[in-house]
Design a protein around this ligand. Structure first.
Ligand code: HEC
Length: 239
C-alpha cells in the first residue's frame, strides 16, 4: 500500500510539472473525439482539415510526412485520393511541400517555417495548442509594445508571433457545405494535424482498453489461484 501511495505521488508530481511546462497561459480544452476510447478517425473531419491545410496552411508550411495515399487509411477510396492529388497537380505519392521555399521564408519572416506534420506532438497541449493559437489573435492590450513584424496572439509564448492570422471567416469552401467559421476551420485543421502527428492514436487507445481488460481478468484469476494455493498449504499444515 505504501508503495502504491508513493507511486501515485510521483505520478501526480510528474503530471503537474508537465502541465506547468506548458507555459503560463492555460489552454482552453476542446472536446476532441480522438480522446474517446471508442474513437476512430472521422473521415469528414479529416477531409475538412485537409481542405484547410492544403488551401491555407500549405502556402507557408509543409507536411513533409504526408502523402495523398495516406488518406486511404482513414476511409478515402483510391479514386477519391487520386482526384484530390490531381486537383493539386500532385501524384498520390508526393509529400505535401510548402509553396514557400525556405529562402523566401527567411527573406519574409527571418526564419524557415516549421513543418506541420508532427507539430501537434512537438508542442505541449497538442491539438488544444494549435486550436488556441489559430483562434488566439487579438488586439494587443494597451501599452503592449508590438513590433511591426509580429501579430499579437494570446497563446503564443511571449504573445508576438511572426505568423499573420492565417484564418478568416468563409476562407474555405467546405466539400460538405459546413459553415467555414474561424473556429470551425481551426478545429478541423487541428484535428487533421493530430492525425498527421499520431495516425496510430485511435488504434492505440482501442488496444489500451483490451489491455486493461486483460490485466483485470488476469488479476482476478491470480487472486483465486493464490487463495487456492494457500488453502491447500493450510490444509496440509493441519494434516
Ligand atoms: C502567410 C504564411 C503563413 C500561413 C498561411 C500559415 N502560417 Fe503558420 N507560421 C507562419 C510563420 C511565419 C510562423 C513562425 C512564427 C514565429 O515563430 O513567430 C508560423 C508558425 C506556425 C506554428 C508554430 C507556432 C509555434 O508554437 O512555434 C504553427 C502551429 C502554425 N504556424 C500553424 C499554422 C496553420 C495550422 C496554418 C493554416 C491554418 C498556418 N500556420 C498558416 C506563417 C504562416
Amino acid at each position: 500500500m505504501k508503495k502504491l501511495l508513493s507511486l501515485l505521488t510521483v505520478l501526480t508530481l510528474v503530471s503537474t510539472s508537465a502541465l506547468a511546462a506548458g507555459g503560463s497561459v492555460e489552454l482552453p480544452k476542446q472536446p476532441w473525439s480522438f480522446q474517446s476510447v471508442k474513437a476512430d478517425w472521422e473521415k469528414d473531419k479529416i477531409y475538412r482539415g485537409y481542405q484547410v491545410a492544403t488551401q491555407v496552411c500549405m502556402s507557408c508550411h509543409g507536411f513533409k510526412y504526408i502523402k495523398h495515399r495516406d488518406l486511404m487509411k482513414v476511409g478515402f477510396t483510391e479514386a477519391e485520393v487520386k482526384k484530390l492529388a490531381e486537383e493539386m497537380e500532385m501524384s498520390v505519392m508526393d509529400t505535401f511541400k510548402s509553396a514557400l521555399s525556405d529562402e523566401d521564408a527567411i527573406a519574409a519572416y527571418a526564419k524557415a517555417l516549421p513543418d506541420l506534420s508532427v507539430m501537434n506532438k512537438a508542442r505541449p497541449g497538442g491539438a488544444d495548442y494549435t486550436y488556441a493559437l489559430l483562434t488566439g489573435y487579438k488586439e494587443a492590450p494597451e501599452g503592449f509594445n508590438l513590433p511591426d513584424t509580429g501579430s499579437y496572439n494570446e497563446y503564443f509564448p511571449g504573445h508576438v508571433i511572426a505568423m499573420p492570422a492565417p484564418l478568416a471567416e468563409g476562407q474555405v469552401d467546405y466539400f460538405d457545405g459546413t459553415n467555414a467559421t474561424v473556429k470551425q476551420m481551426a478545429s478541423d485543421v487541428a484535428y487533421f494535424m493530430q492525425w498527421t502527428a499520431e495516425p496510430e492514436l485511435t488504434t492505440r487507445q482501442q488496444l489500451g482498453v483490451y489491455v486493461l481488460l486483460y490485466v483485470f481478468i488476469l488479476a482476478i484469476l491470480l487472486y483465486f489461484t493464490k487463495k487456492r494455493i494457500w488453502s491447500d498449504i493450510k490444509r496440509k499444515d493441519t494434516e
